[in-house]
Design a binder for this molecule. Sequence first.
Ligand SMILES: [Zn+2]
Length: 196
Amino acid sequence: MSENTVIQEIKCMLSIEDALHQYLGIKPDRKSNAKSLNIKCPFHNDRSPSFTIWPQSNTWKCWAGCGHGDVINLVSKIHSFSNEDAILLLRKQLLIERKWPATVYTTWINNRKLLTGFKETKKQIVFMLLEIRSLFKIVLKQVTSFEDIDLLGDVYHTIPLIEKYLEELESREIEMQIATVKHLLPFLNKWRENCE
Ligand SMILES: [Zn+2]
């Protein structure tokens, strides 16, 4: 089944109202033939109902700026997932692909749990790598001779390494992300000590 078909299927099977009910326990009260309905936005401290749902197109919008879109990006926003992860979750929950083996699903759920635990750590590591990279780039701009290059050999080698780590941290493979975070954690701790 192609990714596009899956997306269409999800949009047909799950309404914005059902998603709000299922994942947040919110039950929008719809007058039978209203074209749209407004509720208090679940994503910000909303005093007036600024969250509009259009059941016909199965779309939503928060007029205070929390976002807008379809049922998939609504679910990804509710869970703080990427759209890809929301699609994975929904295709399983809506039984779109009955053949998705239970073990694959369990592994995926476990990895997600692991991931939320180190999401913050990963963010800090990415921040650290970006800081180091920009520092090194400043240093490299001051290189004027081959002797300088000799002295700065380590810096030269470190920049591609940082690029590699950043790539791994953005990888779709959760295992890869975890391995990289584990590998860089001691550096992060040292970096923190130095910053204090
Ligand atoms: Zn909002």
